[in-house]
Design a protein around this ligand. Sequence first.
Ligand code: QAP
Ligand code: CO
Length: 169
Amino acid sequence: MALLNILHFPDPKLRTVAKPVTEFDCELKQLVANMFETMYEAPGIGLAATQVDRHIRLLVMDVSEERNTPQCLINPEILESDGEQESDEGCLSVPGFYENVKRAGHIRVKAQDESGKSREFEADGLEAVCIQHEMDHSQGKLFVDYISSLKRGRIRAKLVKMKRNNELG
Ligand code: QAP
Ligand code: CO
C-alpha cells in the first residue's frame, strides 16, 4: 500500500477527461487500495483517480460518520436525477477552501465495482453530493467552476502562492 500524490488546483492535469476502465486486473485493485489509503489519511470523504493523476473513470468515497463504509465506483453513470440541494463543498485538490454548490438532490446511479460487476442504486444527501462532485473530476471539472470567476481567481492566486512558498522551503 502507498499514499498517492494529490494534484492541486490550478494544475492543468486536473482538466483531463478520464477514459473508461476496461481492465479489471490486479493493477486496478492496487490503485483502488492506494486511493482509499490516501483518502482516509487526508482525511477526505471522496477521491477521484484524476486527482492522483490517473485519468480513468474511477472514484472512491466514504460518507459514513464511522468511516467504515468504503465505496468504489467504476465507470459510474447517473441514470436519473431530480430535486436540488445546496451545500458547502471542499476538495482535496483545493485545500483550505469551501464554497456553496447546488447539486441534484436525488440520483439513480449505475456503476461497476473493482471486479467489474455492475450495480444500480439510489443516493441522496451527502452521498449524492459526493458522487456528483467526484464524477465531475472525471470530466476535468472542479467545484470552483460553479462559483464566480472572481472568487475562483482569488483561490487560484492563494494556492499558487502557497505552492511557491512551499517550494522555497
Ligand atoms: C468531495 O471532499 C465532497 O480543503 C470530497 O483542507 C466535498 O473529501 C463531497 C478536504 C463536500 C461532498 C461534500 C478538503 C480535506 C477534503 C480540504 C473532500 C482540506 C482537507 C475534502
Ligand atoms: Co474534489
